[in-house]
Design a protein around this ligand. Structure first.
Ligand SMILES: *[C@@H]1O[C@H](CO)[C@@H](O)[C@H](O)[C@H]1NC(C)=O
Ligand SMILES: *[C@@H]1O[C@H](CO)[C@@H](O)[C@H](O)[C@H]1NC(C)=O
Length: 500
């Protein structure tokens, strides 16, 4: 600035010395001209700016749309809550005792994962060494994977070494000893397992025949609850090959769009047959599902009225219902949706009811090469692990049905900082959908009713729910919210104590 001014005044003094009126006039005109150009430019810039700020309806609308869209994706506020899984000061290191617990897990991947976390806690309560659990090979999923095929075994053993001693195998000299074979009661509390310690009087090895839901959701010591979280969220890491493929697939997803929904579309044959939900299916398909249910001996309920199931909110949403639901919530047609599921019943034809509304739908088969997926085929638990990883990391997770996967992913997302999970109110939604179909609702009022119905179902922090009042005993435990669906308050805290 200073230099510039000096240069300018030097020019002026030269000019004055010359005293040439002609030149003076010319310069005056030039300056005036330059000034007017300058003012004009300033002015026109204002005009341009103004044009951008003009509250044209179109512009406002698109801003409004953007705002609404951001709201759609935004995670609920976690109000300063964070994971807390550290043991309390009373917690002692794991004892090394010469007694062992062997476990046979049952169920699909997520039922087994939570079951394993429970068995770690049970081993701690019962003061025993845990042998790496055997996985279920006979469930619907027919997967022959062993523990180390799915999980990082070394990490599992090491990261829990302060809590429970874990060994790969039962020592040879104990393998032939008679074991106490136990079916532990469901949702058992501390006193039950303390009583079970009587078994050590006569046995050195206890065999647990079933791992699902063997431990109560509530009223357990804080250190036991936190141990369950450490086991599930820190120790039970997937094997390196699963983790690395999961990460690759996620990167490929992210390269397609900034944000994605993971949709757990539980519209698979076993689920439809088990729940007896045949809404929208052909007679032949309904019959096929009925026959499957008839033949599956451990599914106790055989006669199911599909209509009643559906209006009670007990059916998985169909691909079409999911599509209309997402539209009503306001997700644009271009939304990237990852389908976390196995084979969709009815295949392409049924999926079209969703893809016609949301064409940007992606399956793992579209993200991974055949080569990459080859080792995973015929291993349902391993592909389920990929779905789990991609679902936990998604911007929005939406399960179309309640179940072990839906609960586990929701809980993990709550634990990691209340990531957005939209849980459909299936009963209310089906009622609205039927009204819409019957022409009793306009599309716009349908949309606002759907949003109204779900305003508290976006995964915001809240403490784990108790069973409805007046229900006692076993039924009570069954109706409580599952510990792993919402580990708040034990493993999610406001204060700094116990932070991981
Ligand atoms: C567990 O084992 C340790 C080490 O032997 C012992 O001190 C403790 O009392 C045992 N706990 C129970 C509940 O028996
Ligand atoms: C199933 O339940 C619906 C609603 O309650 C009823 O209208 C229908 O008749 C039932 N169907 C059969 C086959 O019982």
């Amino acid at each position: 600035m200073v230099n510039h001014r000096g240069h300018h005044s030097k020019n002026l003094s030269t000019f004055r010395n010359r005293k040439s009126s002609f030149l003076s006039f010319t310069l005056y005109v030039i300056i005036l001209f330059a000034l007017s150009i300058f003012i004009f430019m300033l002015y026109s810039k204002d005009i341009l700016d103004d044009e951008h700020n003009t509250p044209l309806l179109r512009v406002e609308n698109s801003k409004h749309k953007q705002l609404l869209e951001n709201q759609l994706w935004e995670a609920p506020s976690s109000h300063g809550l964070h994971p807390c899984v550290k043991p309390t000061s009373k917690y002692k290191a794991a004892p090394v005792l010469d007694r062992y617990m062997t476990v046979r897990c049952n169920g699909g991947l997520n039922q087994m994962r939570t079951g394993i976390a429970d068995m770690v806690a049970v081993a701690r309560i019962m003061n025993t060494t845990l042998v790496i659990p055997q996985l279920d090979k006979s469930s619907f999923w027919q997967d022959t994977s062993t523990f180390s095929d799915i999980f990082d075994e070394v990490h599992f053993i090491k990261s829990l070494q302060q809590d429970v001693r874990i060994v790969k195998e039962l020592p040879k000299e104990l393998a032939s000893l008679p074991r106490a074979r136990k079916h532990f009661t469901s949702w058992a509390g501390l006193s039950y397992y303390e009583e079970m310690m009587e078994l050590w009087k006569d046995h050195q090895v206890i065999h647990v025949a079933k791992s699902d839901a063997r431990l109560a959701n509530n009223y357990l010591p804080l250190d036991i609850q936190r141990l369950r979280c450490r086991a599930l969220y820190h120790a039970l890491r997937f094997s390196p090959s699963i983790e690395s493929l999961g990460k690759k697939l996620m990167e490929r997803l992210r390269s397609r769009a900034k944000r994605y929904i993971a949709l757990h579309l539980r519209y698979e044959k076993d689920m439809l047959s088990f729940t007896g939900c045949t809404y929208g299916l052909s007679d032949a398909e309904s019959e096929e599902l009925r026959v499957m249910r008839e033949k599956t001996s451990h599914w106790k309920i055989k006669n199911i009225n599909s209509t009643e199931q559906r209006i009670s909110g007990l059916c998985p949403l169909t691909p079409m219902e999911v599509g209309i639901f997402l539209q009503a919530l306001g997700f644009p047609r271009s939304t990237l949706i990852y389908i976390a599921a196995g084979e969709i019943y009815g295949g392409e034809r049924r999926l079209l009811e969703l893809t016609s509304r949301f064409p940007n739908i992606v399956f793992k088969e579209m993200l991974a090469t055949q080569e990459e997926l080859r080792t995973f085929s015929n291993h349902a638990s391993q592909t389920a692990a990929l779905d789990y990883i991609i679902s936990v990391e998604s911007d929005v997770f939406i399960p179309s049905h309640s179940g072990n996967m839906a609960r586990a992913v929701e809980g993990h997302r709550r634990f990691l900082g209340h990531q957005k999970t939209i849980t459909p109110d299936r009963k209310g939604l089906v009622e609205l959908l039927d009204k819409l179909e019957a022409g009793l609702l306009e599309v716009s009022s349908f949309s606002s009713l759907v949003n109204q119905l779900h305003k508290n179902r976006f995964g915001a922090p809240r403490k784990r729910g108790a069973a409805p009042l007046g229900i006692k005993g076993r039924a009570r435990s069954r109706l409580e919210e599952s510990f792993y669906q919402n580990p708040y308050p034990e493993c999610i805290c406001k204060s700094e104590t116990g932070m991981r």
